[in-house]
Design a protein around this ligand. Structure first.
Ligand SMILES: *Cc1c(COP(=O)(O)O)cnc(C)c1O
Length: 380
């Protein structure tokens, strides 16, 4: 059996090697490493796939910064978001002087608890920032209704959910990141569509807003050496764009491979004592950026899997409101009990496009035998 990896970027590359190598060589020969037609080509193809406007940028964290800069929020304006996410979701907000307001998450989907958002809305609230964690959409229809009622912006952190479909109750289907005012994505190598370095993108259906975001990402430029606003320098480079353009062709196949692996896990881990498989919803597909189970014996299970050569990861071991860096926000232990409990119980199993049945079988057998042993131990 091949060594089991948490994520197999090299193995996936080998399935597209000739095309990727040629695309990279083309950029090297052109020496147009920055701002070549490759970047525009890729933006256009991604825009077609998502059915929205796309502005490529340096990484997912920048995408979030560009989104909030484009909305012209003022210091002290409040943004409601989840404490169970990667730190990028919140750091640019704090750097911009915006006030973070956390609400708890749902225990089955790990996503923000929409019924708690309304209680957190004040006269200073300006935006809601849902995160489609691990590849599954938040309940966007409810969030968009709330935002409409209170005149709030919705910025989606879709960094883990490229390709996920959301199904509205009235039948419309939209891609993750294209439902709110602005969507943010990351092409970090292990993401659903990963570059061979950093990369990111901002999405918006509003063309004027897209132009503004493009200007902000390019030093606030209007025309060459003319600056209409204060901007930043955030760009996707041509080699990354060329690689992403090749990989985007296979996104459907890659998502299917993740879903097939997830189905295998679901079928074999469902109903195992002490193990909870990821919850699903009727309104979202799941692209399984991560396959995350919950168990009260998380640390023991992780050690048990390690000993059998099976990697696993804890996303995330500490909620954002309890991080030292965000102490000044004034939150305390106990404020968000669901998120805090998850940090003790979640474990993400190997998930990527190259897992084969032998590897998956080996992994589920290990989880099963762990569950059996714990059961026997607890009986005595
Ligand atoms: C990866 C990620 C980001 C940031 O992306 P980078 O490209 O690493 O800056 C932001 N939010 C979430 C939820 C992510 O998973």
């Amino acid at each position: 059996m091949q060594t089991i990896l948490m994520s197999d970027i090299y193995g996936q590359y080998l399935t597209m090697k000739a095309e990727i190598d040629e695309a990279i060589q083309e950029v090297i020969k052109s020496t147009r490493f920055i701002k070549s037609g490759k970047v525009l080509d890729f933006e256009e193809k991604l825009a077609d796939y998502l059915n929205t406007n796309v502005v490529a940028c340096g990484n997912g964290t920048d995408a979030l910064q560009l989104a909030f800069m484009a909305l012209d929020l003022k210091p002290g304006d409040e943004v409601i978001t989840t404490p169970f996410s990667f730190v990028s979701t919140v750091e640019v907000l704090v750097l911009m002087g915006l006030k973070l307001v956390f609400v708890d998450v749902c225990p089955d989907t790990f996503n923000i608890n929409v019924t708690q958002i309304e209680n957190a809305i004040t006269t200073k609230t300006k935006a809601i920032l849902p995160v489609h964690l691990f590849g599954q959409c938040t309940n966007m229809e409810a969030i968009l209704n709330l935002a409409g009622k209170h005149e709030l912006y919705v910025v989606e952190d879709a960094c883990q959910a490229l390709g996920t479909d959301y199904l509205f109750s009235y039948g419309t289907r939209k891609k993750a990141g294209t439902m709110g005012h602005i969507g943010c994505n990351s092409f970090f190598p292990s993401k659903n569509l990963g570059a061979f370095g950093d990369g990111g993108a901002v999405y918006t259906s509003n063309k004027t807003l897209a132009d503004k975001i493009r200007s902000i990402a390019s030093h606030g430029m209007k025309a060459k050496y003319e600056y209409e606003r204060i901007g930043i320098n955030s760009r996707l480079d041509s080699i990354q764009a060329a690689i992403l353009e090749v990989k985007l062709k296979y996104i459907g196949k890659h998502i299917k491979a993740r879903q097939t692996a997830a189905r295998f896990y679901d079928e074999h881990l469902q109903g195992l004592r002490g193990i909870k498989i990821p919850g699903r919803t009727e309104f979202s597909t799941h692209t399984f950026h991560q396959y995350t189970i919950q168990t009260d014996d998380r640390d023991e299970l992780k050690r048990y899997l390690d000993a059998k050569g099976i990697p696993s990861m804890v996303y995330y071991p500490k909620a954002l409101h309890l991080q030292e860096a965000y102490k000044s926000l004034g939150y305390r232990e106990g404020d968000f009990p669901v998120a805090e409990k998850l940090t003790q119980t979640v474990l993400s199993l190997p998930m990527h496009t190259e897992l084969d049945e032998e590897q998956l079988g080996y992994i589920v057998e290990a989880v099963k035998s762990f569950s059996q042993r714990r059961r026997d131990a607890k009986k005595n």
